[in-house]
Ligand binder design. Structure first.
Ligand code: ZN
Length: 309
């Protein structure tokens, strides 16, 4: 069975947060519940991560950055919710940062499980605007760079390729990778939306608004094959953001739910055809349909890969 990593603490339900930011902080539990309701998993089948500890975080993040997260004003900027300035920092830590530390632990665990099972999915993660000394765009901890650095330091992987198909550029991941010749990134993003400025990446696909599913998927296939041939990675981390969806309020791509499920299955299949392990994380997605898009995609991946994993 494909390991699915999930912890109930992933869900962010603080302070009426869901009314202050378009991100659905409960989407993780919705996906978890839907996978059970569809008969794909039982509650006991999910693998619970531990939260990333300060020692874990210091493998990537600077002490000064972690220290700055004790200030509500810094967190308000990173989370893009000005009202957060009025909340005490200890409460933000407990209700928002703690879930994100579980999500970060989940990405580390999913990468480990991918090496053992071929495919693994963290039902959160992909906070790709965070880097070693900076957060932004709702991203506090750079879970993917942290996970791959951990495995690299342990001698478990050589080269790694991150495939970032969230509609926004993964500028934090790219910044973290800048001085790591062993870590490469393929990033298909909309060029006229957040973040500004963009960060240089190894395999950039910067596109304008309005891209449809067939054009998009054609670009992904060509670029992914080229990147896999060039990098020959020991692990792929797939940042499967659902915000290229046609009704997403923060991006202008025009992919349907079925296009996104096709995309995710295609990426995982192309990587697995080469016997390369792949860990998938969910990343952004701001429509009310985001949880359903991910559930559909994960269902297709389980149907295809459960027997082989
Ligand atoms: Zn995004």
């Amino acid at each position: 069975m494909v390991p699915l990593v999930y912890h109930p603490t992933y869900n962010i339900t603080a302070f009426g947060f869901e009314r202050l930011h378009p991100f659905d902080g409960r989407k993780y539990k919705r996906i978890h519940a839907a996978l059970i309701a569809r008969g794909l998993r039982r509650a006991g089948d999910f693998i619970r991560p531990r939260a990333a500890t300060r020692t874990d975080l210091l493998r990537l993040h600077t002490p000064g950055y972690l220290q700055s997260l004790r200030q509500s004003i810094v967190l308000a900027r990173i989370l893009e919710v000005p009202q957060v300035r009025r909340f005490p920092a200890w409460a933000i830590n407990w209700r928002i940062l703690r879930p994100m530390r579980y999500a970060t632990g989940g990405t580390i665990l999913a990468c480990r499980l991918a090496l053992e099972h071929g495919v693994a999915v963290n039902l959160s993660g992909g906070y790709h605007h965070a880097s070693a000394d900076r957060g932004g765009g709702f991203c506090v901890y750079a879970d993917v760079p942290l996970a791959v650095k951990t495995l690299r330091d342990e001698g478990k992987i050589g080269a790694v390729l991150v495939v970032d198909l969230d509609a926004h550029q993964g500028n934090g991941t790219a910044a973290a990778f800048r001085n790591w010749p062993w870590a490469k990134m393929l990033d298909l993003y909309e060029e006229d939306i957040y973040p500004v400025p963009k960060e240089p990446v190894d395999f950039p696909l910067a596109v304008g608004p309005g891209l449809t599913g067939s054009d998009y998927i054609g670009m992904v296939v060509d670029a992914l094959i080229d990147a896999l041939d060039a990098v020959r990675p020991d692990l792929v981390v797939y940042n499967a953001g659902s915000d290229p969806f046609i009704d997403d309020p923060l991006a202008s791509f025009r992919l349907t739910r079925s296009d996104l499920a096709e995309r995710d299955l295609l990426v995982v299949s192309l990587v697995r055809e080469r016997s390369i392990p792949v860990a998938m994380v969910l990343s952004g997605g701001y429509s009310g349909e985001s949880w359903r898009i991910h559930t559909d995609a994960i269902e297709d991946i389980l149907v295809r890969f459960d027997k082989a994993s």
